[in-house]
Design a protein around this ligand. Structure first.
Ligand SMILES: C[S@@+](CC[C@H](N)C(=O)[O-])C[C@H]1O[C@@H](n2cnc3c(N)ncnc32)[C@H](O)[C@@H]1O
Length: 283
């Protein structure tokens, strides 16, 4: 969390370069959801990557909360006059869902790409209080990209992202990163308060059919990859810790990929992300 709250974290770059969530995921969410969808709370909303699309899928009002005022800023700035009464950003930790609701009950509580930063037990307890009976709890995440046609590129990825202590591996905040890296397999929605719990994972190269949450790009370029890497918290930390070196870890990493495979910034590559989503219903 600390990184995203830093005043110099580039939340505009984050907002522009992070993946959007596919319609198929929202369609699955609203096929699962039962009853009215008057109010949704998006916890760890950042700039509202998942909050705004909820409005396109029939939710009347969204309260988007995040522990960092830096991260919500691009979201606040993109509220158009017609959305003024439909979406509200508030600075609150996800371990406190009651206060931002100001006495209302939520029909949905969602968390997109943020549950790994949050204290799960406290969050689930709060979600059980924030939701009406039969209201929906949903959380999801994209894990990491895999180069489909270049297995060796995935080995270089492992080196820069996890394995070699000179690079970004030691810069991840743990255990947060591992919760996401391992598809939230160690996170358990408490079944005293929730029922109809379903989890769907997509492992590139392993899962035979796409789930409702597929994120792939058949024209991925190193240019896009650099922008994406530069939105990472571990990138931000590496740059700060190595300011004297005058290097950019995203450039070092992608230069090795380009030199190894003869790629240019424009070479189009097939990439798929591991994804996971979980839906549950308040008892
Ligand atoms: C990777 S971003 C995801 C943002 C957005 N939901 C999205 O889908 O792009 C993670 C977000 O979680 C927020 N965050 C981290 N710890 C938090 C906590 N305990 N409570 C609320 N937000 C938190 C960070 O400030 C950051 O905006």
């Amino acid at each position: 969390m600390a990184t995203y709250a830093e005043k110099d974290f580039d939340s505009n770059n984050y907002n522009v370069n992070r993946p959007r969530y596919p319609n198929s995921l929202f369609n699955a969410l609203f096929e699962y959801h039962q009853g009215p969808k008057n109010l949704a709370l998006d916890a760890g909303s950042g700039p509202g990557t998942a909050s705004f699309p909820l409005l396109d899928h029939g939710v009347e009002k969204v309260i988007a909360t995040d522990a960092s005022d830096v991260m919500i800023k691009p979201g606040v700035e993109s509220i158009t006059p017609d959305l003024k009464d439909k979406i509200e950003f508030k600075v609150f930790p996800a371990e406190n869902l009651i206060e931002p609701l100001e006495g209302q009950t939520a029909d949905l509580v969602i968390v997109a790409e943020a549950l790994h930063w949050i204290n799960h037990d406290e969050f689930f307890e709060q979600a059980s209080k924030a939701l009406r009976p039969n209201g929906t709890l949903a959380y999801w995440g994209y894990v990491e990209p895999r180069f489909i046609d270049f297995p060796k590129a995935n080995e270089i990825y492992q080196k820069y992202v996890y394995e070699d202590d000179r690079y970004m591996g030691p810069k991840w905040i743990q255990p947060s990163k591992n919760f996401l890296r391992y598809f939230f397999n160690d996170v358990h929605v408490p079944n005293e308060c929730f029922k109809d719990i379903e989890k769907h994972d997509y492992y590139p190269g392993e899962t035979k059919t796409h789930t409702a949450y597929f994120h792939g790009d058949s024209k991925y370029t190193m240019k896009k990859f650099i922008d994406y890497l530069q939105s990472w918290s571990a990138y931000h930390t590496w740059q700060k810790d190595n300011v004297d070196k005058g290097e950019d870890i995203a450039i070092l990493f992608t230069n090795e990929l380009k030199e190894t495979f003869g790629w240019t910034d424009e070479t189009e590559l097939r990439v798929e992300w591991g994804t996971t989503y979980t839906f549950a219903r308040r008892k």
